[in-house]
Design a protein around this ligand. Structure first.
Ligand SMILES: CC1=[NH+][C@H]2[C@@H](O1)O[C@H](CO)[C@@H](O)[C@@H]2O
Length: 496
C-alpha cells in the first residue's frame, strides 16, 4: 500500500506542511512523555493503548514539566500554541513527535490524527511486523464548528452499553464531540427514572418487532457518560415530548389524553401519541423526568424532542414547549429541540436541531432572529438511517437515498436560507433504528458516511472537495477492516 501522506487525514486538517526529510520511525524503545496535568497524561495513555496492541512495544508513559520528544512522542499542554479549546499542533521530525495544544481535548484530537498517520496495520489487535513510519512535517488544526455529533436511536431498538461504547469509539476517531441519545419513543423508554419506575419496568420492556427491549440503569448511563467524557464527547440525552410517547402512556395512563393506557406499540408509525398538555400531572411528570436527567447529565444540553406531535396544535403545542423549556432552564441546562419547536418563545441559549429536506424554512429563520442557534441534520444529507442505494438491506428512503457524496457535498454553514453561519453551531448525523438491530448494522450505516459528516463539522470550507475527500477516505477501508469494523464498501470510493 502507498505510504501514508501527512495530508491523508480525515477530517482534513486546517493546515498541512509536509517535510519528507522529517519522517520518523516509531521504535520498540520509544517513550511517550506528557505534561504533568492528569488530562494530558490520560491522552498519552489513550495514545499508548492505541499503539501497543499492533506494535507490541511497551511504550511507557511518563510525565515531565517540559516534555521533550527525543526519539519519542511528547504531548505538551502549551498555552502559547493557541488554536482554541479543541485545536492542536503536530510536529513530526527525525528526532520524534511533538503534539501540543492548549487543552487535553486538543491533545486527544491530535492523537486521532497521529493514529491515522501510521499504516493501517496499526489497527491490528495483535502484534504485526511493520515499519511504523510517520510522515515528517507539521499539522496545525482547529475545528470549524463547535458542535459535531451523531445520534443513536436506542428507543426503536435497544442497544447494550457495550454497543454504545463502540459507537463512541467511532465518533472519537473522527473528532466528533457530541453523542445525542434518543432515549424515549413510542416503542420503548430506555432510561431509569427513580420517581417513575414503570417508565422502564413497563416502558422499557418493548421495542420494534417485539424484541425484549431493555433500558439503561443510572449506573449504565453513568458508564456511557464517563466513557464519552474520557474521549472528550458530551452526551446529549433526548426525552421526546409531547409526541412519540406511547411507552410512557402505557406506564402512566394519567398522561394520556383519555386517561386510558394504550396498548404497547412495536410498529414503526409516527405521530399518533402525545401526552396531555392540559393536565397539570403532565408537567409534574416532565419536571420529575428532566430533574433526574439533569442530575445525571454533566453536559449542558437536554433535548426535549418536539417532533411530529401531529395532534397537538398551535397554542397548545407552543404553550407546552414553552413550559418544558422553562423547566429545563430552571434546572440550569440549555434546551435543544427538533426544529418544530421554533414557533415557541425563545429561551436563552436555545438550540434547534434542523432536520428538513429543503433549506427554505422561514419559521426557523425567524427563531434564529429571536436568538436560537442551529445544529444542522438535513434528512436528505445527514440521516444515516437512509439507504445508500436501493439494494441497501436495511434503512429508510423517505428522505431519498444518501450515498457518500450526498452525505459529503453540502455546507452546514449556508444550508438553511436566511440563517447566518454564526448561528450554526454545527452538524449532527442521526441514526434512527426502526430497521437496525445490531452493532454491525449500525456500523454498516455509519461507515463510510459518518467521516463525511465529521469533515463538514471539523474542516475549513476551503479544504472541501469530493475528489480529495474520496481518495483520503479510501485509505480508511483497510483501517476499519483491520480493526474488525463493519462498513459499506461504497462503489463511489476508490478503495485500495
Ligand atoms: C426528528 C424525526 N422524527 C422522525 C423523523 O426524524 O424520521 C425518523 C426516521 O428517519 C423517525 O425515526 C423519527 O421518529
Amino acid at each position: 500500500p502507498a505510504p501514508i501522506q501527512l495530508a491523508d487525514v480525515v477530517p482534513a486538517p486546517r493546515d498541512v506542511r509536509p517535510n519528507p526529510a522529517g519522517n520518523w520511525r516509531l521504535s520498540p524503545d520509544a517513550v511517550i512523555v506528557a505534561s504533568t496535568e492528569p488530562a494530558a497524561l490520560a491522552a498519552a495513555v489513550h495514545l499508548a493503548e492505541l499503539l501497543r496492541p499492533a506494535t507490541g512495544y511497551p511504550l511507557p508513559v511518563t510525565d515531565a514539566a517540559t516534555p521533550q520528544a527525543d526519539d519519542g512522542i511528547a504531548l505538551v499542554l502549551d498555552q502559547a500554541v493557541g488554536l482554541g479549546t479543541e485545536g492542536y499542533r503536530l510536529d513530526v521530525t527525525t528526532s520524534g513527535v511533538r503534539l501540543s495544544a492548549v487543552t487535553a481535548t486538543g491533545l486527544f484530537h491530535g492523537v486521532q490524527t497521529l493514529r491515522q498517520l501510521l499504516p493501517p496495520a496499526i489497527e491490528s489487535t495483535v502484534p504485526v511486523t511493520e515499519a511504523w513510519i510517520l510522515p515528517g512535517g507539521t499539522i496545525t488544526d482547529t475545528p470549524r464548528f463547535p458542535y459535531r455529533g451523531a445520534m443513536l436511536d436506542v428507543a426503536r431498538h435497544f442497544f447494550a452499553v457495550e454497543d454504545v461504547l463502540r459507537v463512541i469509539d467511532h465518533l472519537a476517531r473522527y473528532k466528533l464531540n457530541h453523542l445525542h441519545l434518543h432515549l424515549t419513543d413510542d416503542q420503548g423508554w430506555r432510561i431509569a427514572v427513580d420517581s417513575r419506575p414503570k417508565l422502564t419496568t413497563v416502558g422499557g420492556a418493548t421495542e420494534v418487532g417485539d424484541g425484549p427491549g431493555g433500558f439503561y440503569t443510572k449506573a449504565d448511563y453513568a458508564r456511557i457518560v464517563s466513557y464519552a467524557a474520557d474521549r472528550h464527547i458530551t452526551v446529549v440525552p433526548e426525552i421526546d415530548l409531547p409526541g412519540h410517547t406511547n411507552s410512557a402512556l402505557v406506564a402512566y395512563p394519567e398522561l394520556a389524553p383519555d386517561k386510558i393506557a394504550p396498548p404497547p406499540y412495536t410498529g414503526t408509525d409516527v405521530g399518533f401519541s402525545y401526552v396531555d398538555p392540559t393536565d397539570e400531572r403532565t408537567y409534574d411528570f416532565v419536571a420529575d423526568v428532566f430533574g433526574e436527567m439533569a442530575a445525571i447529565t454533566p453536559g449542558p444540553l437536554l433535548h426535549i424532542g418536539g417532533d411530529e406531535a401531529f395532534k397537538v396544535k398551535g397554542e397548545l403545542y407552543t404553550g407546552f414547549v414553552e413550559r418544558v423549556q422553562r423547566i429545563v432552564a430552571e434546572l440550569g441546562k440549555t434546551v435543544v429541540g427538533w426544529h418544530q419547536v421554533a414557533p415557541a418563545a425563545h429561551v436563552d441559549g436555545r438550540v434547534l436541531q434542523w432536520w428538513g429536506t429543503n433549506g427554505e424554512d422561514p419559521t426557523t429563520a425567524d427563531a434564529v432572529r429571536r436568538g436560537a442557534r442551529l445544529v444542522i441534520s438535513p434528512g436528505n444529507h445527514a440521516y444515516l438511517d437512509m439507504k445508500y442505494a436501493p439494494d441497501t438491506p436495511i434503512g429508510h428512503d423517505w428522505a431519498g437515498l444518501i450515498d457518500v457524496r450526498k452525505a459529503y457535498d453540502w455546507d452546514p454553514g449556508t444550508h438553511v436560507a436566511d440563517v447566518p453561519e454564526e448561528a450554526v453551531l454545527g452538524v449532527e448525523a442521526p441514526l434512527w433504528t426502526e430497521s437496525v438491530t445490531s452493532l454491525a448494522e449500525i456500523e454498516l450505516l455509519l461507515l463510510p458516511r459518518l467521516p463525511a459528516i465529521a469533515e463538514l463539522g471539523w474542516s475549513p470550507r476551503a479544504t472541501h472537495g469530493w475528489a480529495g475527500f474520496r481518495s483520503r477516505l479510501a485509505g480508511h477501508g483497510p483501517r476499519w477492516a483491520t480493526a474488525g469494523i463493519t462498513f459499506h464498501a461504497a462503489p463511489e470510493i476508490p478503495w485500495p
